[in-house]
Design a protein around this ligand. Sequence first.
Ligand SMILES: O=C(O)c1cc(C(=O)O)c2c(n1)C(=O)C(=O)c1cc(C(=O)O)[nH]c1-2
Length: 240
Amino acid sequence: MSPDALEAALRAIGAERYHSLHPFHQLLHSGELTRGQVQAWALNRYYYQASIPTKDAMLMARLPSAAQRREWRRRIEDHDGDGDTPGGIERWLKLAEGVGLDRALVESAGGILPETRFAVDAYVHFVRDRTLLEAIASSLTELFAPAIIAERVSGMLKHYDFITRETLAYFTPRLTQAPQDSAWALAYVRSEAVTLEKQAAVLAALRFKCDVLWSQLDGLYYAYVAPGFVPPGAFVPDAA
Ligand SMILES: O=C(O)c1cc(C(=O)O)c2c(n1)C(=O)C(=O)c1cc(C(=O)O)[nH]c1-2
């Protein structure tokens, strides 16, 4: 397949499987969740956010050139900050506090769902254990992130009185970071996936990553929407 056909196949996976299509996101964005359900989302998603620099550090270690490592290093700085300017992890903690969660609880990852832990850990292990090409391809869900972020920010601001623009500040830099990150990863995949075997591996990596995102929302839906079975030890929202 040509690089253009490969890119079209990757984009078709997003159109079919990205987590924007999950019913939990549709409830979140259209204002149909309680504050407690929004808290459960913020608490669980922190574990994803906090694990991203770990997986990026493992990926970066395998890149062979200084220019490539510099490119990937920026992702780590985006999330960890540089010690002066806060990064994405700190901004997610602000989001969590903004929806009424205790910062120490969020940072401890106490009360997250088993589905969150299994899915996020599987992503980190995938990047550690698979080929560099598959690892880079698995980040390509970011191609689809700007559209869902725009929908999320406008939907949440419109529908929830406990959400402010400041609370959602996490997402503002993502609107420029995600396109920059995914453009580089896409160019890499287009030029490196030159055999049918490699192309199949790249497509499977993106499907896997869509599953990582989807199953986190399945966990949230089952525990906090319907049937509402919160696993032992997981966060229980205040009845309000
Ligand atoms: O808000 C979202 O829906 C969303 C999705 C994704 C994604 O598609 O993986 C990422 C992010 N946000 C995000 O903020 C982020 O930092 C990020 C890093 C990565 C990655 O795989 O390296 N995905 C995502």
